[in-house]
Design a protein around this ligand. Structure first.
Ligand SMILES: *Cc1c(COP(=O)(O)O)cnc(C)c1O
Length: 376
């Protein structure tokens, strides 16, 4: 039996054709036509007016923080359970991340804890949709109105997902996506920021391109980045987004099959919720949380599954426990128990778009085998 990787992308649409077009025409830099085409399609998918393609999802967040003018001393409310990409630029600009715990049912930030963290320094809320189910956005949008706050929507795991039938990526002042190979749409590396405000759009375009400004190239009034996405990346993106509906359906059927195959193990694991009032899970990854009473860490379980040739990844690790941030003296007295539990006991199993039903059967056999040993 061959090793089953935790993720394998599907690249069997027009990817090759469009990449060949790039090579045949010589358009390989960010100047090529696929970049604006991909931006147009992403804007369409998310009901946004404007899109700015960038080199990866982390940079998309960096750009959002800077474009929204978040500065030293400003507070940004965000989930502790997320990837470090969400917090790095907040720290670099000298702003203060204010962390919220997770809901054990949805794995998303506890929206009802946000209001108590708002004060006169609060500038923005960053909503991060985690693993397949969207954050409950309406209460956040209401808070933003009530307290005049900016909203950043991290939809890096939510291409094609909806919240009460509105696309993820359509909410707040700026939304961001990643196109890393484990996302629903990949460009190898890649990211995007989307918005409806023209001024914000102009600012992001400028920030992406070193703040080159007319009328005289090489004279700068602001500091930017080179965050440009290449035509090669965008060619992949266009081929991928053509199949977004199929990809979302495929992810849902992967989730559904795992739900069936693993149902008899509910004594041991917390499973992802299949649906909420406002969305059906799209299983960006299929996660499992070992019930804490067994006191078996995700790492232990993953080691055993690795012996069975099953690829896994641990869940995110909460921001308030990150050594690099603790060493800066941050988050001294945080108590965010659900996120800590998820970080300790959560892991995900193979759930990429190229996964076959037969592979899922093998994963299930291995999990049953390992569970029998570990939980006895
Ligand atoms: C993947 C991901 C990112 C970062 O994207 P990269 O393209 O890998 O830099 C940011 N936020 C979330 C929630 C993600 O899942």
């Amino acid at each position: 039996m061959e090793f089953i990787p935790v993720n394998e992308p599907l690249l069997n649409g027009n990817e090759k054709k469009y990449l060949n077009e790039c090579i045949d025409t010589g358009w390989i830099s960010s100047e090529g036509p696929f970049v604006s085409e991909f931006e147009k399609r992403m804007a369409l998918l998310t009901n946004r007016k404007y899109a700015v393609a960038v080199a990866n999802g982390t940079l998309a967040i960096d750009m959002a923080i800077t474009a929204l003018d978040i500065q030293e001393g400003d507070e940004v409310i965000m989930p502790t359970f997320t990837i470090i990409s969400c917090i790095t630029q907040i720290i670099r600009v000298g702003a203060i991340p204010v962390l919220v715990d997770s809901d054990l049912a949805t794995w998303n930030m506890k929206v009802d804890e946000i209001e108590s963290k708002i004060n006169s320094r609060t500038k923005a809320i960053m909503a991060v949709h985690i693993y397949g189910l969207p954050v409950d956005m309406n209460p956040i949008l209401n808070l933003a109105k009530k307290y005049n706050l900016k909203i950043i929507e991290d939809a890096a795991e939510m291409h094609g997902q909806t919240y009460y039938n509105n696309p993820c990526g359509s909410f707040g002042d700026i939304s961001i996506f990643s196109f890393y190979p484990n996302k629903h749409i990949t460009t190898g590396e890649g990211g995007m920021v989307l918005m409806n405000d023209k001024t914000l759009f102009d600012k992001c375009q400028s920030l992406r391109n070193l703040c080159f400004q007319p009328p005289r190239r090489f004279i700068h009034h602001e500091i930017g980045w080179n965050m440009r996405m290449t035509n090669l990346q965008a060619a992949l993106g266009v081929a991928q987004i053509e199949r977004i509906e199929y990809f979302v359906n495929k992810k849902r059927s992967i989730g559904k099959l795992y739900n069936q195959l693993l149902a008899d193990l509910s004594e041991y694991f917390i499973f992802p919720k299949t649906e909420l009032e406002y969305a059906q899970n799209i299983y960006w990854v299929y996660g499992l949380i070992i019930k804490p009473k067994f006191n078996i860490s995700a790492i232990k379980m993953m080691e055993e599954l690795n012996k069975e040739k099953i690829g896994t990844r641990p869940f995110f690790y909460p921001m308030h426990l990150q050594p690099v941030l603790k060493n800066k003296g941050m988050f001294k007295n945080e108590n965010l128990p659900n996120s800590e539990l998820m970080g300790e006991y959560g892991f995900y199993i193979p759930s990429g778009l190229a996964l076959t039903e037969q592979q899922q059967q093998q994963v299930s056999v291995a999990i049953h085998k390992v569970s029998k040993i570990l939980f006895n």
